[in-house]
Design a protein around this ligand. Structure first.
Ligand code: GDP
Ligand code: MG
Length: 601
């Protein structure tokens, strides 16, 4: 294809503003998918995405389009629509998808206006120098206020309100005109056709039949079906089995040239060998320099995953091994816990990523799991010694600590004017630092905060929603780390630490954490033959204490003089219960108690 006819674009929008629905209309209008094949949200392929209505993995579709009206009527173009994941955990993937485009459709719900994700994605698009087409969606809704939000949008990106297009993904109104504008307004890709080939990987997925399918955008040169390709980050060389475009299914072709978007298959079995952000070149005539922007995926949040039934441990390992094939960001290693038995310490990009993995393990592999409270990664400088990276609070170094560093995020929060106070109060309580505040209109405010990641992963979003009656929206991205006054709090049962409840918290919050967990366990752990203290401690200093009083009478005393079968039943029940008991020091605790304590925390 002549690069001059190509337009590579993505749609950026806040969740639920109608991106998938609009994409569906485009697929229909360009006749890439006919009405018979059409199903809602055609591009959201994974089940879990359909059910949650979110896009996790990005996809790309090639759509032929001939300009229908106005200037350049009759001009034929090839549109590549690249779908981006819509959630903050996947910021890096989003940035790579954007880097594969020349332009972006900025889609805003005409009944809602701009939201936090609209802004965060717009900033990313601007950093990648994309041309922006502002579009108001859902104009069919009675509550739509396209004029009002056109003002807001125009103010934000510095255009005239009349430049904002108005569409309805539901009825299809304005969508053909939008496609015409994509051809007219967005620049065609530029690249050096004679240079050694360079293509950027913006996604890779594992397919059980085909192995890893890698999505690429060619920047320079040409990749042909018979080439041997080379991954520039690792130097690994692979035989090319197939190359082609997606429209909307994979269509094998002879080559991909400058500006083209498509897929390649090499027979590798693990997405780690085909990483998002990496540069593909040709082994026979390799490019000298890789394209910029490659980053290794780095887990931001860790949690222990344990099978509720200990005999499921091998099945859990097998399931994680399978999921890893399709997820370069998932890391795990075996760990054991006195409270929970054998499991795995797993690293995730964020909370949604954790939830998705846990849900897939439970749903696709039929496992019953318990996860420990998620924690971030800390860097600990030991006095006069080494630096250690802590991914599990129970492994916090015991020696004298010189400094502790924790990851931070740059958060963008959008809220109606009336709730600014409530948002600020929440952020201050979470150790946030206000970095800036802007009025988008007379009634909507953008607040920018730096916050510790650890403070965001505990119900921050829920709190934000409830304090603003659901009107605030949030987006965030990693922004380095900061030194903080953090301590490890241990929970001791009869003098022995219960590893699953150790936590690293800010000094000012240590007492609160200790009291909450201690009183929870006090209610959940049954009485024993002896008195059991539950303590919260920082090092050797006790900061909170609860007591489980001893049982006075034998259980059987209840059946005094009673019938023998009832007595036997009771004994059997006791025996059965014992099987699921965990010994923490001298104390017998039913695993359920730990699970319950973790679940409600
Ligand atoms: P996404 O999260 O941005 O992909 O949004 P979806 O495409 O999944 O749409 C979110 C919701 O808005 C769904 O219930 C859609 O049916 C609805 N929706 C999307 N576009 C329109 C539209 O143009 N008009 C109306 N009335 N509803 C729409
Ligand atoms: Mg969607």
């Amino acid at each position: 294809t002549d690069p001059g006819a190509i337009r590579n674009f993505c749609i950026i929008a806040h969740i639920d503003h109608g991106k998938s629905t609009l994409a569906d209309r485009m697929l229909q209008l360009t006749e890439v998918v006919d009405a018979r094949q059409m199903r809602a949200q055609y591009l959201d392929r994974m089940d879990i995405e359909r059910e949650r209505g979110i896009t996790i993995k990005s996809q790309a579709v090639r759509m032929p389009w001939t300009v229908r009206e106005g200037e350049r009527t009759g001009e034929s173009a090839v549109l590549n629509m690249i779908d981006t994941p819509g959630h903050v955990d996947f910021t890096y993937e989003v940035s790579r998808s954007l880097a594969a485009c020349e332009g972006a459709i900025l889609l805003v719900d005409a009944a809602q206006g701009i939201e936090a994700q609209t802004l965060a994605n717009l900033y990313l698009a601007m950093e990648n120098d994309l041309q922006i087409i502002p579009v108001l969606n859902k104009i069919d809704l009675p509550a739509a206020q396209p004029e009002k939000y056109a003002e807001e949008l125009a103010h934000l990106i510095g255009c005239e309100p009349e430049d904002c297009l108005k569409v309805s993904g539901k009825t299809g109104a304005g969508v053909a005109h939008l496609l015409d504008e994509v051809v007219r307004q967005l620049p065609a890709p530029k690249g050096d056709a004679d240079a050694p080939a360079r293509a950027m990987i913006f996604d890779s997925v594992y397919d059980i039949y085909r192995g890893v399918v890698t999505y690429i955008r060619v920047i320079d040169g040409k990749i042909e079906a018979r080439d041997r390709i080379k991954m520039m980050s690792t130097g690994a060389v692979h035989e090319l089995l197939e190359i082609g475009v997606i429209s909307p299914e994979m269509l094998k072709g002879p080559a991909l040239g400058v500006g083209e978007v498509g897929y390649l298959i090499t027979g590798v079995k693990d997405v780690r060998q085909s990483r998002v952000g990496d540069t593909v070149t040709i082994n026979a005539r390799p490019a000298r320099e890789a394209l910029g922007g490659y980053k290794d995926p780095r887990p931001m949040v860790y949690s222990g995953l344990y099978p509720i039934d200990g005999s499921d441990y091998p099945a859990l390992r097998e399931a994680l091994d399978k999921l890893k094939l399709n997820d370069a960001a998932l890391v795990y290693e075996p760990e054991s816990s006195a409270a929970l038995g054998f499991g795995f310490r797993c690293g995730f990009l964020g909370l949604l990523h954790l939830e998705i993995i846990q849900e897939r393990l439970e749903r696709e592999f039929g496992l019953d799991l318990i996860s420990t409270a998620p924690n971030v990664v800390y860097r600990v400088q030991i006095e006069g010694g080494d630096e250690v990276t802590v991914t599990n609070p129970s492994e916090f170094p015991a020696g004298k600590i010189a400094s502790i560093w924790e990851p931070t995020v740059r958060a963008t929060i959008l809220a109606p004017n009336d709730y600014v106070g409530a948002v600020m109060e929440l952020c201050q309580g979470r150790r946030g630092q206000l970095k800036g505040m802007d009025y988008l209109s007379s009634e909507r405010v953008e607040l920018r905060y730096t916050l510790p990641l650890a403070e965001i992963i505990y119900d921050f979003f829920d709190q934000l929603k409830s304090r603003t009656k659901g009107y605030a929206s949030l987006d965030y991205e990693p922004s380095g780390e900061q030194e903080s006054d953090l301590v490890k709090v241990d929970i001791l049962l009869h003098g022995d630490p219960v590893d699953a409840f150790s936590a690293i918290v800010h000094k000012d919050k240590a007492y609160n954490y200790g009291v909450t967990i201690a009183s929870k366990l006090q209610k959940l752990i049954p009485r024993q033959q002896f008195e059991v203290p539950i303590q919260a401690a920082i090092g050797s200093r006790i900061i909170a204490r609860e007591t489980i009083r001893a049982i006075r009478k034998d259980v059987l005393a209840k059946c005094y003089g009673g019938d023998i079968s009832r007595k036997r039943k009771l004994l059997e029940k006791q025996k059965e219960g014992k099987k699921r008991m965990k010994m923490v020091g001298r104390v017998e605790v039913p695993q359920e108690a730990f699970i319950a304590a973790l679940n409600t925390s």
